[in-house]
Design a binder for this molecule. Sequence first.
Ligand code: ADP
Ligand code: XUL
Length: 516
Amino acid sequence: MPQVLGIDASTQSCSAIIIDTESHSVVAEHSVNFGQRLPQYQAPSGFIPDGADGQVHADPRMWLDALELLLSELSEQCDLSQVSAISGAGQQHGSVYLNAQWFDCVAALSPSQSLAEQLQPCLSRSTSPIWMDNSTSVECAEIAQALGGDEVVCAKSGSIAVERFTGPQVRRFYKRQPEAYAATARIHLVSSFLCSVLVGQDAAIDTGDGAGMNLLNIQSWEWDAELLQATAPELASKLPAVAHGDHCVGDVATYFIEKFGFSAGTKVTVFTGDNPSSLVGMGASTPGKCVISLGTSDTFFAAMPEVVADPAGCGHVFGNPSGGSMSLQCFVNGSLAREEVKDKFQYDWDAFTQAFSNTEVANEGKVMLPFFRPEISPRIDVEAPLMAGSDAFSSWQEADAAIRACVEGQFLNMKRSTAWMQLETSTIYLTGGASKNDAIAQVIADVFQAKVQRLTVTGSVGLGAAFRAAVHNHGVALIALEQAFCNTDSKAMITPQVAADRYAANAASIDQLLSS
Ligand code: ADP
Ligand code: XUL
């Protein structure tokens, strides 16, 4: 059977795509938005707002309920018994804490009750810290000190100790709730948690998502004993196995066969992180293509021919699900920052887009770094945008200029922050929820002096997961899938409309804002 399913469990929604690997068509696509469909979890943007001390958590039962809704609604659109292989991806770094009941419970899921009802007793921590959490500065410093400095942690794990990464999050949990930590028998990532549920057994963490934990050694691709020791006691026994991206975890569990009509024997490939999966779905598995993803976070990433570390300590090396490694830089103030500026003026996306026609490129020198929450690229602990220009602009009296400044500032900052990757950026491949916005794409083209391309099939995270299921379970050639599904819409290509030096003064102002 040629149909494969890719699942994308991202920050704000859980989505699915089914593709036919013989006819090269999209069979079905569906998405469930957490905030809209599951308001009982009080997470309008996928996380519980207003956490104390930089804490950002979500309820893992919300992800389970969303998975059920997604598959139930998908089964109304198409026949899931035709799906022969599945893989998936999750928002990176977030962690799920489970007690010893987990192992038996996940293997005995009954279709007469929901996943959330059955797995709730297994949670040793009721909520999960996610990638937006920045509450662990103290723990990051402790881990760095124990290892002998940031450089050592970075050389081992591909990143310096980073607040949102799983290891520092685990350490904070261990320090603050030692009994609950002791009662934790397994710590999963969002990706490996959902994969485990799907196969009804404890699943491995892949090298793509595992490298976002400050626990995995990127030379050996095994848990690093020193990093584990610096993080929390007896951590090795609480972590699942590590697997490369081609690992087949098992067959889909009876729960999903009986409830949603999957066929017995449907194979499941190990899940990965949303960004590594997007790398595959964008047809960027081999070095040479540079991707910007505009999801909840903005990310900039590419497959790398060799491991390159960021001297500023803000970038990351992750495993590439297709082999080798990838580099990535993440910007916290992405889509939600654009939304904040839009909502400040009660604009909709059309009015937001129109603002670019009402203003000039480079915005008469008015610049903004829209850091509504502390930024990580670069690290700045502020909770309000940094602005420079006229008084009226800086006091939010110029709606259209503020919108242009927000977007221009985001990508001027992205350009300066990602220079360490030394990538050839004459073409940039754009994906994620905001990538459909031509005005944003034009700013990217102008700032980077690059052609901006988007794929005709959107949802690169789910598409990458579907590709991985087809490649690793059915031996389908990745190149054939890329040729069939990763076509760019040439009519929608955006090219630079201004000279390279047009942004020079604004770039200098951004440098100044960042250094002051
Ligand atoms: P994630 O995968 O992180 O859950 P998505 O890739 O689905 O997120 O992107 C969601 C974001 O896309 C929303 O937060 C929203 O700000 C943004 N978005 C949606 N439509 C537009 C638009 N027309 N212009 C700009 N941004 C948009
Ligand atoms: C990457 C990161 C985010 C999350 C959510 O390091 O923190 O991009 O993966 O998309």
